[in-house]
Write a protein that binds this ligand. Sequence first.
Ligand code: SF4
Length: 297
Amino acid sequence: MSAVHTLHNFNAPAAKRADPRVAKREADKLAKRLRRQVGQAVEDFNMIEAGDKVMVCLSGGKDSYAMLDVLLQLQRKAPVEFELHALNLDQKQPGFPEHVLPEYLSKLDVPFTILEQDTYSTVSRVVPEGKTMCGLCSRLRRGALYTHAEANGFTKIALGHHMDDMVETLFLNLFFGGRMAAMPPKLKSDAGKHIVIRPLTYCREADLEAYAGIKQFPIIPCNLCGSQDGLQRQQVKAMLADWERSAPGRVETIFRAMGNIAPSQLADRALFDFAGLSLREALEPGQPRWLVSTPAD
Ligand code: SF4
């Protein structure tokens, strides 16, 4: 995997940034960096192949706008032909500005669909008041997206998660789930019918935020439903932000570790044959065992 370099030039002194020529140069650099990172991720993980029909999921947030924008640019120069199709799932949250995405997408050279499904009513009925609704909401959304993709012959589903989301998920699983697992750049759904890709795998959230500002994407706020991230996610976000302030680049180092696993240095017996480590050729029949077998064995 290639190294990921992110230069936060938008932290340049305000006076310098105010110079339109400097601002333009920095904006061009940022756009180029995002194109390079998305292109690299697509190549490293073989995310898009010739003839693919890619459903690009747009929520109205900064990340998915940036993903569609960069993929459209890459499509023009790509060595293989593939289709892009934008999709927004209108979940019927109160106050959702229905006109924003169709207006934006009509101006782009990309086919699009607004899929209407009232998951909001279901979630607000089922989840007790005061509890975060995001878990159930995401599951229902995923189901709707998978069903639509299958019914319309999409070969890939592109989601706008970025490096910071992936590292955050790693710590959520580590701290609260007792598992070392994150969000993969590419995955096959449990039913084996869908391939999900995350082209923003190598992109940093701060860059995507800056890009959204420059491009003036018509952002739809994410809190329309009144729900909030769970406390655990907030804690992990705050911890990572704190680390990043005191040790810039730490998130990228952690991300690199996700692509550099040493199973023999961990303790997962399914990934490494610790029992088979022996100076003898093989365990001999009848050799005394040190462990009492458990049903799990
Ligand atoms: S913030 Fe609202 S719309 Fe977004 S995942 Fe959570 S419940 Fe769903």
